[in-house]
Ligand binder design. Structure first.
Ligand code: MG
Length: 242
């Protein structure tokens, strides 16, 4: 009796081992990834939300939720100094974001005063936009930095007046039920096709003075572009929710 049980167990193990040896065992046929169409060059793929296509700011408001009045001309939108930030009407959490930017060809000012703007994920976390071509400033505040939190791996900035690209992969922070940040957000950034932030932890809100502050907020929050008083331009802004 005992021998027969042992034999059956042995046979089962052998059967499993045999099954593991077929290629089909490790093939997954479900789920099937959705078919999308890639864009040519930097054009948006078919499943992206177009936030700015060069024509209007319909997807945007000012800080008060009223009409965004930055300057739209020649296929791009330019910061109107003093108008304040603009933000998306929709909120976003985890996402892939493509955004192109250009600092003024005519160089004025230096350090943080030259071509300063910024892309704020979820209204709070700034990926710095700055003319960092031959323009010394603190490293954790130069273009491509997560402002005052993470220095970019390299400076791959183009000359003032040339269009540059950020491709961003963002994972929003997760919050616990007792009102704490359970898992901090993370960000990966390619600038002009080059990796400059590699899955970096975001420690909290962007602060000009003092340390980042971990903050509980909505799972979806607007994307914000900064008015820092310099006429920085943006174009071809699209986002894919993840
Ligand atoms: Mg800035």
């Amino acid at each position: 009796m005992r021998t027969s049980i042992l034999l059956s167990i042995f046979m089962m193990i052998m059967t499993c081992a045999q099954a593991q040896k077929t290629p089909e065992t490790t093939e997954l046929w479900e789920p099937v990834p959705p078919v999308i169409t890639p864009g040519e060059g930097y054009a948006a793929p078919s499943d992206a939300i177009i936030l700015f296509d060069g024509k209007n700011l319909d997807e945007w408001t000012n800080a008060k939720g009223e009409l965004a009045d930055w300057i739209v001309a020649e296929g791009c939108v330019t910061v109107k100094a003093g108008a304040g930030i603009i933000k998306t009407r929709r909120g976003f959490g985890d996402c892939q974001l493509h955004i192109e930017w250009r600092t003024p060809a005519e160089v004025k000012g230096d350090g943080q005063g030259r071509g300063n703007s910024g892309v704020f994920l979820q209204e709070r976390y700034e990926l710095q936009v700055l003319d960092s071509y031959d323009n010394k400033t603190y490293s954790n505040g130069q273009a491509g930095s997560i402002y005052k939190q993470s220095i970019p791996l390299v400076n791959v900035c183009k000359k003032p007046g040339e269009w540059q690209v950020y491709d961003i992969i963002y994972t929003a922070p997760r919050f616990s039920e007792n009102g704490r940040v359970a898992v901090p957000g993370r960000i990966t950034v390619l600038q002009n096709g080059v990796l400059i932030q590699h899955n970096v932890e975001i420690r909290g809100t962007t602060e000009y003075i003092g340390s980042p502050i971990p903050e509980v907020h909505g799972t979806k929050e607007p994307l914000t572009l900064q008015d820092h008083g310099n006429p920085v331009s943006y174009r071809n802004i699209w986002i894919r929710e993840l």
